[in-house]
Write a protein that binds this ligand. Sequence first.
Ligand code: ATP
Length: 391
Amino acid sequence: MSRTVLYGGTFNPIHRGHLNICLRAREAVEADEVLLMPAAQPPHKFAGWLAPDQDRLALCRLAVQGQDFLRVSDYEIRRGGRSYTVDTLRYLLAERPGEELWLLIGTDMFLTFTQWREWEEIGRMATLLVASREEGDREALVGQQLLLAGHGVRSQLLQNPPLPMSSTQIRRELGETGGSEQLAPQVLDYIRQRGLYLHPPEDVEYLREYIRPLMTEYRYRHSLGVERQAVRMARWYGADVHKAAVAGILHDICKDMPKGALLQNVLESDIINGIDFRTSPQLLHSYAGALYLQSHMDIHDPEIIGAVRYHTTGRAGMNLLETIIYLADLTSEDREYGDVEEMRRLCREDLRGAMVHALTYIVGELTAKNRTICPDTIAACGEYGVTIPKP
Ligand code: ATP
């Protein structure tokens, strides 16, 4: 029977501590293979600034070069959405029936194991192999081992001298100095080439590059157009120009992403707000975008998050930045509809008039097409005195 060690994580970026425990794990259980699996979106923690999936995968592939027993799998990234280990183990067992599976995890993950989705089921499918992360954490590990054993979850502690380092610490180091001794040279070269982790999360030039591979060329040009229009409007009305640029660039970040994974993220969050995304799929990307900024990009500014979240629907009580992004989306250079020039004039001269005009047009269109008007848009109409036509 062959023996595989599954090793999941964000690997953001992959460092010497990760590679070290792969080697130890292979020796300890005489594994045929250690399967390194970067998560699409970690369910257990807030990821901070998460480099794009394809970059984290590329970094893992570079890091394992020359180590035949180590294989990188893109399964969780292809699956998208939150990466639950229980689903991955089910998939592996279905693919390789009869295989002996081990799950490699570090101290932090082991101590919070009972918070994982279907953790007892995980314990039925695999034995946990636990790597110590720093001196002095063994006592806690042994205690947890006993507790889990009471639920039938088997575990074994690796006899590894801990290498106390984390990706969080390395990202900080990269941001401050542009380098880190904890990374393989080929990993560091790639990071420098792609400019990963070297910028603060809201660096506008970096964000323009970041979104490019996530969307079509058409959407990319639209996003930069919205950025420019939002910046103009922020100057006219005394809003924060930097926030306007960031929200403008990012407002459609999820628009071209696969809908299934977005829907899963949104349904698992508390952001739904009475909307049925199955009947109003065109609203999904703005809600998913607001979540993505927080989970993948370490952007938490409530004004930027709100501007992305409400850019399709509007809402009652919109603040200045939300209003600007809502209108900039309709009046960027790439927009071509009958009275776009009139809308642009209103945006320049009469913000309230522009909102009335935009809402009137949008609810008219939705009604004509017999589409559901979401509660936030109805509330915005109420506030601006816009009457919703009868179907
Ligand atoms: P971050 O700092 O971004 O949280 P991390 O360094 O903890 O990242 P992950 O990709 O989240 O790295 O870790 C994947 C797995 O590897 C987890 O089970 C984690 O506990 C374990 N791990 C990470 N770093 C070490 C280390 N230095 N020694 C032992 N295990 C580690």
